[in-house]
Design a protein around this ligand. Structure first.
Ligand SMILES: [Zn+2]
Length: 279
């Protein structure tokens, strides 16, 4: 399998929000997505970053606050569909999208991919289904970004079919074999959002990638086990679980120095591993 780390747009926010003791200056939070080219399943994505729908959906109050909180920068060439074209891929070529969670900066392009199956943990979406518009905001959820046929196209992860992971994934003990061939292993990373899922994947060069979504915003946060500013706890459904997950990520990262651990918004990590020309 070939794995490419890309991003579709970025927002800015003060560093001290992302990590305790961080500086006051604004930093870039790229909206990462990954492209997997699998010998059998073809092209697949992990998340989809921003799209112009973010701006359409946040024109009016109260959702306009979302723009103020996280000013978004997005150019034509950043759009997922345009980046796919640089790999000679059409939107309909994407067979699966593995969705870490449904925050607006992860699902912006779902509507642009007409043939994909959506793979996610059931509780990542079930609690969002019937929220009121005011509650949508609290969950960073922009309903207009969700395709109207999501139910028909969803392939929710079957929680009753978890697998025991080998020692090489420690301290992560259970996961989900998302394609049934061991190539993409999903693990739940609780705390940041309901049903958040991270993914382990191995490329042709035997490099292991661990996409950890928003379980940490910065790689440094994992390495130092240093959480975001306390105010971020207001955004998390389960701050205690968030800390536990961060601790496990630190243990994993320190004991697996060869794995490429990718937090979705860590500019340093994403710049380091992005394909040149796709920055
Ligand atoms: Zn998030």
């Amino acid at each position: 399998m070939k794995i490419d780390i890309l991003h579709a747009g970025y927002c800015t926010s003060p560093e001290h929000l992302a990590i305790q003791g961080g500086r006051w200056r604004a930093i870039h939070f790229p909206a990462m997505f990954a492209l997997f080219r699998h010998p059998q399943y073809g092209a697949m994505l992990f998340d989809t970053g921003y799209s112009y729908r973010f701006f359409d959906e946040t024109k009016k109050f109260p959702k306009r606050f979302y723009r103020w909180m996280t000013p978004v920068h997005l150019k034509e060439e950043d759009l997922v569909v345009n980046q796919l074209a640089t790999f000679n891929l059409r939107p309909e070529d994407i067979s699966h999208v593995f969705i870490s969670h449904f925050h607006a900066d992860h699902v912006g392009s779902l509507c642009d991919l007409p043939k994909s199956r959506y793979v996610y943990l059931p509780h990542a979406y079930s609690h969002l289904r019937h929220l009121s518009p005011e509650e949508d905001m609290k969950h960073a959820f922009l309903r207009g970004q969700i395709p109207s046929d999501i139910d028909a196209r969803s392939q929710e992860v079957d929680l009753s079919r978890s697998i025991l992971l080998s020692e090489e994934y420690a301290p992560f003990k259970t996961g989900y074999d998302l394609l049934g061939d061991g190539s993409i292993i999903g693990v739940e990373l609780p705390g940041h959002a309901h049903g958040q899922m991270g993914i382990f994947a191995r490329n042709d060069d035997d490099k292991v990638f661990f996409f950890v979504a928003d379980a940490a915003w910065l790689k440094r946060s994992i390495v130092e086990n240093r959480p975001p500013h306390k105010i971020a706890n207001l955004l998390f459904p389960d701050p205690i679980a968030y800390r536990e997950t961060l601790g496990k990520l630190q243990t994993y990262t320190l004991t697996h120095p060869d794995t490429i651990v990718v937090p979705s918004h860590c500019d340093e990590t994403i710049s380091q591993f992005s394909v040149s020309g796709h920055k």
